[in-house]
Design a protein around this ligand. Structure first.
Ligand SMILES: O=C(O)CCC(=O)C(=O)O
Length: 189
């Protein structure tokens, strides 16, 4: 192994993380932002706590008080074409996205370290409105292995494999309002 190999390895991104810029055009981005901003967004609830980001869930939502999935409003028609597009890009069967989460991060709002609930399998995320630092970390002995993806507006990322099951992700407070649409498939029961 070369010296360069030794130094570049820690920077390697999580396996199972895929990313593409310009997944949608600016006009589609504007239309999606308009749709999300018009939703009855609510601050994210986890048990007795509330996050600052505002969300709307479709298909299913995770109920933190009951610690189980609950049914939500069906995925609306305006989200279906983009859900189908993400499935095609990811090589997933049509209609395998069964949960969609629309999120608004106002300036100064982010999301803490977490892994998505095990009820969900593949996770795809469309970024809208502004860029963010999409951070990853996982334990490696007594240290953290880290990776940051600069997720641009109109980009799409996908987490599966180790990126999904071993790495946590978070977004530090954003500097300009950002929206995201998260598309999730379900773990077979
Ligand atoms: O906004 C994003 O792209 C990430 C959202 C996220 O990690 C989550 O809601 O669990």
């Amino acid at each position: 192994m070369t010296q360069l190999g030794l130094f570049t390895e820690p920077e390697a991104g999580p396996s199972g993380l895929r990313y593409v810029d310009n997944f949608i055009e600016a006009a589609v981005e504007r239309a999606l932002i308009g749709r999300i901003a018009a939703l009855p967004l609510r601050r994210f609830q986890f048990g007795a706590f509330e996050g600052n980001r505002r969300v709307a869930s479709f298909g299913y939502r995770y109920d933190y008080s009951l610690q189980r999935l609950a049914e939500a409003e069906p995925i609306p028609d305006w989200l279906l074409p983009i859900a189908r597009q993400t499935e095609a890009w990811a090589g997933l069967p049509e209609a395998s996205v069964r949960q969609v989460l629309c999120t608004e991060y106002d300036i100064g709002v982010g999301i803490g370290w977490h892994r998505d609930k095990p009820h969900f399998k593949e996770i795809l995320g469309l970024s809208l409105g502004s860029a963010c630092k999409f951070r990853f970390r996982r334990r490696s002995g007594d240290k953290w292995q880290r990776h940051t993806l600069e997720a641009q507006p109109r980009s799409l990322y996908m987490m599966q494999g180790e990126a999904r099951s071993q790495w946590e992700h978070s977004i530090p407070p954003v500097e300009a309002r950002r929206y995201s649409i998260t598309f999730r498939t379900m773990t077979p029961t």
